[in-house]
Design a protein around this ligand. Structure first.
Ligand SMILES: C[S@@+](CC[C@H](N)C(=O)[O-])C[C@H]1O[C@@H](n2cnc3c(N)ncnc32)[C@H](O)[C@@H]1O
Length: 348
């Protein structure tokens, strides 16, 4: 087990840390001692898990091997650095740089990030034989994150770019509809549902196909259902735009899905605002889709579903044979906060 930490996006308070944990779980990596700080998740796991997080995660910026944690003041940091053997990760002949990232304005009275970068650079240089500093093209980068009252310093393992997500935002797709979900959120939901490579993921309200696209990008087979023909054609167009084969697109009703088994369900039913509930209500559609999903999933498999917070969907799943795993809340605008709930099928 390696001590790791992940620098997380500040786009949501709880989704990013939950996503990292879900990716590790989906890919079969056990982890221990998770600790969530503001925009940082610390845990111990197999270092290979960071690759999976790099490939799959929407809300992780950087992953690192943790080397030390200190109170965020110069003296405590210098003492902790003195006790750390950098030669374990920085070999003779290698170059390095130190980069410090401050979350919000934590410890800004105590620490100037540029001063800390220089101080740490000197100290690591002094205590590690045969290494050099290279600011432009270093062999190794030590990343320090100041969050809450702590500095966490580690060896950067992967950098994660969110560029590909912005290329897939709803307005960039050939078929756009205002009800479309942001691609990062859809990817995160796919991860929370524990979708795996080669598994079958269903979105029973697929709309413009956002979740199908995000699932296909991590290697899932996908099936989308929508009760509006134009949405099905629109999804087909969007999938084709990203070179994804439309394996299963059904113009039909989510309450009567003509399938036998799927491995994960990710969905965002209509809220009756920008997308119509087609003579039903959101709450009824959520109940009905939970019943359909229960019949299609195996025990232990998951549905990740979004709905307006006011509906309190957490209470619905339990009565329908699901265990409520977790819920997260995402503010959209003053009249809409989404609840993103994860349920696991508890029994047949
Ligand atoms: C909120 S939108 C989904 C948006 C989608 N997540 C996206 O990112 O594009 C909900 C979709 O549910 C569809 N819908 C409404 N009632 C349905 C039903 N009974 N069965 C299947 N689809 C339905 C609507 O046509 C709409 O496209």
């Amino acid at each position: 087990m390696t001590k790791l930490f992940f620098l997380l996006s500040g786009e949501n308070e709880t989704l990013p840390a939950a996503e990292v944990r879900a990716v590790l779980e989906a890919e079969g990596y056990t982890y221990s001692n998770p600790e969530v700080l503001d925009q940082v998740l610390r845990l111990e796991s197999d270092a290979k898990g960071v690759k999976a997080v790099q490939i799959r995660s929407a809300y992780t910026r950087v992953s690192a091997q943790e080397l030390l944690v200190a109170e965020a003041n110069y003296l405590a940091i210098s003492n902790a650095v003195a006790k750390t053997d950098f030669s374990a990760v920085l070999k003779k002949g290698e170059s390095f740089v130190v980069r410090i990232n401050r979350i919000k304005n934590y410890a800004d009275a105590e620490i100037n990030t540029m001063t800390l970068e220089i101080k740490l650079g000197r100290q690591i240089l002094d205590q590690t034989p045969g290494v050099t500093v290279n600011l432009r093209n270093p062999d190794k980068t030590f990343l320090g994150v100041i969050t809450t009252s702590k500095l966490i310093l580690g060896l950067k393992l992967t950098d994660i770019t969110s560029k590909t997500f912005s290329e897939r935002r709803p307005r960039k797709k050939p078929f756009f509809h205002p009800s479309a979900m942001p691609s990062k959120m859809a990817r995160c939901m796919v991860n929370l549902a524990h979708a795996k490579v080669e598994s079958v993921l269903l979105d029973p309200f697929c709309g413009t196909g956002t979740s199908l696209i995000e699932a296909a990008f991590i290697g899932c087979h996908t099936v989308g259902v929508d009760a509006q023909r134009r949405m099905i054609f629109g999804t087909k167009k969007n999938l084709a735009y990203f070179g994804i084969e439309a394996e299963g697109l059904i113009f039909g009703d989510s309450r009567k899905i003509p399938l036998v088994r799927v491995d994960a369900v990710v969905t965002d039913p209509p809220y009756g605002r920008s997308s119509s509930t087609l003579k039903s209500t959101t709450i009824q559609l959520v109940k009905d889709v939970l019943v359909s999903a229960h019949a299609l999933l195996g025990v232990g498999q998951r549905i990740c579903i979004a709905a307006p917070k006011v509906l309190n969907i957490t209470r619905l799943g339990a009565g329908l044979g699901f265990r409520h795993v977790e819920s997260h809340f995402a503010y959209v605008h003053h009249t809409l906060t989404r609840e993103i709930a994860v349920f696991e099928k508890a029994s047949q």
